[in-house]
Ligand binder design. Structure first.
Ligand code: SAM
Length: 285
């Protein structure tokens, strides 16, 4: 029989302290230790809910030996709760290594679900939620950011990003460039906090909204982008196919060029042929 204690992964508020769950309070009181991303930050939360369980530090840069120490305590029978600065641990927050190793040691890992900025934003966005992908933070470097966005341009599911106030404007500008000015986007700013605000509209209008008031660029952000629709997908494929046709036209007939380009890109052949014939660049069609 396994005599280890349990590792509880406890969600805490993302702004409004009243969002702590009754079960989260109960577990934080009952465990022997709380492992926190930032003990000073978490002290305020646990004091506000009259919890006096000792705190220890655990973050992504914790050494192997610090992780080992927590696992040793669990194996010795202590139960430990992991919390992050806000929301659900492991969601763009520390904990992955610890959970992974705890599982390898057959230590029970139990969730105490609650606030999470991804689900909070999705629940009010008004964009499709039946399928979505979570992308977390984009790169701070513009080249890498645009490359990642290019890779997502034809994603049909709703895409969720986290963003910081320093980069929200350039991030949405890059999205407008890569996804197109008409793509729908929802911005959830300062969810559950005093200055919470939302924006829903096109990428082009979102850029204007961000620029219209410097307050719109302050705080914490979730950016929810609607997926690429069939029509937009066909247009992208067509554009790519036309570039291929233009290259191939020097080597093969228009008909062959269109057939090859359509096969590579998935663009509709008949439509592509019609557009290619009318395209001024193809003077010998
Ligand atoms: N673990 C957290 C969760 O469950 O959402 C996320 C932690 S991550 C380090 C912090 C990022 O989450 C912020 O930069 C922001 O993108 C997003 N976020 C967290 N709280 C938020 C809030 N109240 N409103 C909007 N976005 C928030």
């Amino acid at each position: 029989m396994n005599d280890s204690g349990s590792l509880y992964i406890v969600a805490t508020p993302i702004g409004n302290l009243d969002d702590i769950s009754l079960r989260a309070i109960e577990i934080l009181k009952s465990v022997q230790l709380i492992a926190a991303e930032d003990t000073r930050h978490s002290k305020k939360l646990i004091q506000s809910i009259q919890v006096d369980t000792p705190l220890i530090s655990y973050h992504d840069f914790s050494s192997e030996s610090a992780t080992r120490k927590i696992l040793d305590k669990l194996q010795a029978g202590l139960s430990i709760a992991l919390i992050s600065d806000a929301g659900t641990p492991l969601i763009s927050d520390p904990g992955y290594k610890l959970v992974c190793m705890a599982r390898q040691l057959s230590i029970e890992v139990l969730p105490v679900p609650g606030p999470c900025a991804v689900t909070a934003a999705l629940s009010v966005a008004g964009l499709a939620t039946d399928r979505f992908v979570f992308e977390g933070f984009l790169s701070a470097k513009s080249g890498a950011r645009q490359k990642r966005l290019q890779a997502l341009a034809r994603e049909m599911r709703t895409i969720v990003f986290y963003e910081s106030p320093h980069r929200i404007e350039v991030c949405v500008e890059d999205m407008a460039l890569v996804f197109g000015a008409d793509r729908q986007v929802f911005i959830a700013r300062e969810l559950t906090k005093k200055f919470e605000s939302h924006f829903l509209g096109s990428m082009a209008d979102c850029v204007l909204w961000l620029k219209s008031d410097s307050n719109n660029q302050k705080g914490e952000f979730v950016v929810v982008v609607s997926g690429c629709n069939e029509e937009e997908d066909q247009l992208r494929k067509q554009q790519q196919a036309l570039e291929i046709v233009e290259l191939l036209r020097r080597e093969v007939s228009m008909k062959q060029a269109v057939a090859i380009a359509s096969k590579i890109t998935g663009a509709r052949k008949n439509k592509l042929y019609e557009i290619a014939l009318n395209n001024v660049n193809f003077d010998d069609a």
